[in-house]
Design a protein around this ligand. Sequence first.
Ligand code: ZN
Length: 185
Amino acid sequence: MVDQNKIREAARLMLEGIGEDPDREGLRETPERIARMYEEIFAGMEADGREELSKVFFVENSEMVLEKDITFYSMCEHHMLPFYGKAHVAYIPDGRVVGLSKLARTVEVYARRLQIQERMTGQIADAVMEYLMPQGVMVVVEAEHMCMTMRGVKKPGSKTVSVAVRGVFSDNVELQDRFFKMLQL
Ligand code: ZN
């Protein structure tokens, strides 16, 4: 649970810090709004993928399953500015699959906290390995970082791409290629 009082106080101080009057009409409710918003956008702090990924169906085949274009929003821990984009998650089952919405929920769990993109990518892959126990998993995340596009180097539209491979994907370039081919469909 986030400490809403602390966030309200801090938001007020930040308003003062930038030279604003936190008591003027438009800002009076802002600390309260931020506190409530943080509750939502950092809701992943206390979750892991276990719950989502343990409701499994049993299957015979072991063909690659790809859930692509999972939209996510996260917050960069260096600037507390959003980064957002799409995650693509593929795995090769070892007798168990999950409902597709569960992969999207898993992405959300790791997005809704202060993050760096590379770590988030790895955490999603690790969660799928640990809780779903497939033969392997591959995660690709492409994201735009507001800390790069609205300040600093200012390169709007530039994307950061990160990849995590686990299990049979790790040293199998053919499998990795198949993932990228399936992404283009
Ligand atoms: Zn940043």
